[in-house]
Write a protein that binds this ligand. Sequence first.
Ligand code: ATP
Ligand code: MG
Length: 223
Amino acid sequence: MIRIENATKLYGRTGPDGAAVHALNGVSLHIEHGEFVAIMGPSGCGKSTLLHVLGGLDVLTSGEIFLEDEPIHKLDEAGLTRLRRNKIGFVFQFFNLLPTLTVEENIRLPGVLQNVATAKIESRSMELLAAVGMEHRARHRLHQLSGGEMQRAALARALFMEPRVLLADEPTGNLDSEASAKVVKLFREIGEKHRTTIVMVTHSRDVAAAAHRLVEMRDGRVV
Ligand SMILES: Nc1ncnc2c1ncn2[C@@H]1O[C@H](COP(=O)(O)OP(=O)(O)OP(=O)(O)O)[C@@H](O)[C@H]1O
Ligand SMILES: [Mg+2]
């Protein structure tokens, strides 16, 4: 599903001595269709950078990334936008939900932005609210939710367009262990049901244990 070959990402002269930062320093990684991979490693080792380039939010300095044989390292801005809209779902640590919208409206947003038919939006959002156990909170706004509920709403929104790949950056970073366990169980169930490929960054061994495989990074490399 995902093939990363010798990927490097160099950020400009921002280091302490004015040197460039090698956020990715020759990463090669293959991920199977339907696989659930956890990525761990110390702060600053390149985990978020890897998710960003995988999701077309940023571009590599050198190397190659293929998503279902599509060379995403060759895409221009329009191609990357299409990729993000059609194939990728993102879940970030701080949710990225819009505070003035209700849970339901947040979940529907990707469909509204892409002009999906209203009836389809309606049925899909009901289905997803049920899948993440949030039907009873559909009309709540963000400040009326717990951290775990926000995270489940963010997951539902990421799944709206039925992405082939779900990328999650510390999705349980703000949650206690009970809420983390619930969210990660949901990832696993959804991955298995729809054969969604999942790449999840986490700092928690317990959360990582729910994945099929653990990939460890250090200093911009997979170790
Ligand atoms: N836009 C940027 N410009 C310059 N350097 C950057 C930029 N983004 C990240 N970096 C640097 O690249 C390295 C990797 O950053 P990244 O965010 O991928 O780390 P991470 O593994 O996700 O860390 P954390 O666990 O703290 O989230 C870090 O040293 C960081 O300072
Ligand atoms: Mg990070």
